[in-house]
Design a protein around this ligand. Structure first.
Ligand code: AMP
Length: 116
């Protein structure tokens, strides 16, 4: 039985996704249950990072790269001017459901603070 996460299956093209960006290091695709008019998930292709809690100094350039991609996507998807939110749920209390590091890019509506 495969122990791949759903996101690794998307990286490996075993299941479909609405991909909006891809390069050697990361992949971005639309969330299947969008919480805002724009809701994209940006993930590293590596499976070595299950959450932000696994990030070490070795991953600094990868994480920096992902944030540059997030900024580029926010511009391309038309939410940079109005504003957007980037979220990474880490662990049980934060409601993380997929054990593969991912960043939610959300925009196209106003958000409340603090989050629920
Ligand atoms: P989190 O709760 O932070 O772990 O976020 C996981 C996200 O993955 C949720 O917003 C889900 O809607 C999303 N998701 C789960 N399966 C898929 C899929 N096959 N394609 C796109 N998004 C997915």
């Amino acid at each position: 039985m495969s122990d791949k996460t759903i996101f690794k299956k998307i990286v490996d093209k075993e299941i479909p996704a609405d991909v909006v960006y891809e390069d050697d290091l990361c992949l971005a695709f639309r969330d299947v249950a969008p919480q805002a008019p724009v809701h994209v998930l940006v993930i590293p292709k590596t499976t070595s990072l299950r959450s932000l809690d696994d990030v070490t100094a070795d991953a600094q350039s990868l994480i920096g790269h992902i944030f540059v991609v997030i900024q580029k996507l926010a511009r391309e998807l038309g939410i940079a001017e109005s504003g957007y939110r980037v979220v990474s749920n880490c662990g049980e209390n934060a409601c993380q459901t997929v054990a593969h590091l991912h960043f939610h890019l959300l925009g196209g509506r106003g958000f409340a603070w603090p989050p629920g």
